[in-house]
Ligand binder design. Structure first.
Ligand code: ZN
Ligand code: ZN
Length: 594
């Protein structure tokens, strides 16, 4: 699912009214109860200050109060940000941690780690110097123009306020850059061309159809012209970096062992080091391949009665997978198939006592609205903070804009064995159910800074949970397809570490994905781009999954006959999107729960 949708959903259910102006920080001191004091101090006062300094993220989170202001990324901004972080970290240090309840303790852990990560990113990782793609005005502006959170005229005035600072913004961006990587420079050129498009005829038409005054129109026209020029100047400056001495001086997109190791600790908060997870992923891969090979050998004679089993195991497995992929729905039946799956998954989860669902909030499937298409193949579309009562949808892209070849390739990938695994990941008992539980104890801190490994790990774990409960009838075909899907998570970890720390080449990386993880060409190409442009994020699926799985085994071992799978799932999810390691402490026998 897309992060924006997730944040919108979470904010929606936990929405508390935002009050104008920064609250007096000392006001919290009047509360004798340390929990009330913590909740008071680290919600409104903290977020008021946070959003003012992160207006792009505020807009992406559905908080439009600061939408009219653009943060100009200059040295002054960074110095102020540094002071902001120091202030709030000191505030966190003074909290009597042992007196907090579970909810606040997990909030404390998430916020503390987030602020220390931001401090490290600002002073040590310094992506603001080497990643020109972080400078782009398009996304928040598109959200302001396309999201109907307010009448069009008001949104155009907000856009106008933001556009006023665009020249200063790009001038500061250019000054900040120091030996940016070639890959991020290419990405920045590409994406800022998108910004030019956004400032084009579509916007002019929007303005033409609005009710703003002639004076406001004239001002907007001037601002758009200046903004286009600023974006173009930035693109030209980046283009100059792609040739000659500047190109030779570019730093590598691989962040290297030291930075990778540190970033890994901040992002995962698992207590495990990057090399340790990498080594576990390598042995997990061998285990998965051995199981896939066993299943392929079992299935071979049934699907290829007239040919001998290939000697090479990758060929054996790959051919069985290709054969099974033929079993898929027709393009026109894709959306109905997803519609049928959601209640079927819900029934299964309930009747097998895996986890309790809220029957008053059924998830409704719909075709992705046209303005949202092309971003993801499917995803949760949840209500925003100002519309918490609105329905939650599961958007499915109906494939009607695909060529027959594209649709066929997609449907082979999401064949009749794979589709339920994918939908379980996204909805029930995966992401949708996790959000449902997280919202029972709304926490703005966790909804904004939630732990990605916990969130993705739960979705990956929920696939396994379904198969272990007998979903798919324990058919060899179902398990083989499941393992292929799961292998993707494991391989993501191996790929990310190998590329950023061990210097794995593009050719070797692509061969790993294609040959040893049975991925399609489209997926291979997309993954190579993703690993160049991000680091550590790709490891969170396996990291989170394995942490949850290990925790379950530990609890099961400790509880013996008393262990109840449903109770375990419900308790695990009750803490919200906190790091698995933090949840593990809270779930361990003897943990106090005031
Ligand atoms: Zn086909
Ligand atoms: Zn996911």
């Amino acid at each position: 699912m897309t992060t924006r949708r997730r944040l919108l959903w979470l904010l929606g259910a936990g929405a508390v009214s935002w009050r104008a102006g920064a609250r007096d920080e000392a006001a919290g001191e009047r509360y004798a109860d340390p929990n009330a004091r913590f909740e008071r101090h680290f919600n409104e006062p903290f977020f008021d200050q946070y959003w003012v300094r992160n207006t792009d993220q505020a807009v992406a989170s559905g908080y439009y109060r600061v939408a009219g202001s653009l943060n100009v990324p200059d040295a002054l901004y960074r110095a102020d940000y540094q002071r902001f972080l120091e202030h709030w970290l000191a505030q966190l240090r003074s909290v009597p941690l042992t007196q907090l309840n579970d909810r606040n303790r997990t909030d404390w852990a998430v916020l503390d780690s987030r602020l220390r990560y931001e401090q490290w990113a600002l002073t040590t990782l310094r992506e603001w110097q080497w990643n020109p793609a972080i400078y782009n005005i398009a996304e928040p502006l598109a959200l302001i123009l396309d999201t109907e959170y307010a009448p069009l005229d008001q949104r155009l005035r907000t856009a106008s306020a933001r556009l006023a600072d665009v020249p200063a913004y790009y001038a500061a961006a250019s000054r900040a850059l120091l030996r940016p990587t070639r890959e991020h420079t290419a990405l920045a050129i590409d994406q800022n061309r998108g910004a030019l498009q956004l400032l084009g005829t579509g916007l002019e038409q929007q303005i033409a159809g609005s009710g703003i005054t002639p004076k406001e129109r004239a001002r907007l026209a001037t601002q758009i012209k200046a903004a286009r020029a600023a974006v173009q100047t930035y693109i030209d400056a980046l283009q100059a970096l792609t040739t000659g001495p500047a190109a030779l001086a570019a730093r590598s997109f691989r962040i290297g062992q030291a930075l990778y190791g540190q970033k890994f600790l901040f992002v995962h908060q698992s207590g495990e080091s990057a090399p340790s997870l990498y080594r576990r992923a390598l042995s997990e891969k061998e285990l998965v391949l051995a199981r896939m090979d066993e299943l392929s050998n079992q299935l071979w004679s049934q699907y290829f009665p007239d040919s001998a089993t290939p000697v090479d195991r990758y060929e054996r497995i790959g051919r069985v997978i290709a054969k099974l992929s033929e079993n898929h729905v027709a393009p026109a039946d894709y959306v109905p198939a997803v519609e049928r799956l959601i209640p079927a998954l819900a029934d299964w989860v309930e009747s097998h006592r895996l986890i309790d669902l809220d029957p008053s909030k059924p998830l409704q499937v719909r075709e992705t609205p046209s303005y949202e298409r092309g971003v993801a193949i499917a995803g949760i579309d949840a209500p925003g903070p100002y519309d918490p009562a609105a329905r939650t949808y599961f958007n499915v892209d109906p494939l009607d804009q695909d060529t027959p070849e594209q649709a066929e390739s997609f449907l082979r990938e999401y064949n009749n064995w794979m589709l339920p695994v994918f939908i379980a990941h996204e909805t029930i008992p995966g992401h949708y159910v996790q959000l449902m539980y997280a919202n029972r104890s709304p926490s703005r801190i966790k909804s904004i800074f939630g732990n990605g490994a916990m969130i993705e790990g739960w979705a990956v774990y929920s696939e396994r949970m379904m198969l272990e409960s007998g979903y798919g009838g324990n058919a060899s075909e179902q398990w083989l397809m499941y393992w292929k899907w799961y292998l993707r998570s494991v391989t993501n970890t191996i790929l990310d570490y190998s590329v950023h720390v061990l210097g794995m080449s593009e050719a070797v990386a692509k061969d790993l994905l294609r040959h040893e993880a049975f991925q399609s060409e489209k997926e291979v190409a997309g993954k190579w781009i993703r690993v160049q442009r991000s680091s550590v994020q790709l490891t969170q699926y396996y990291s989170g999954f394995s942490a949850i799985y290990r925790l379950r085994e530990r609890v099961q071992h400790a509880q013996g006959d008393r262990f109840d799978l449903r109770a375990f799932h419900e308790q695990f999810l009750s803490y919200g999107s906190a790091p698995v390691a933090v949840i593990a402490v809270l779930m361990s026998p003897g943990a106090s729960s005031p």
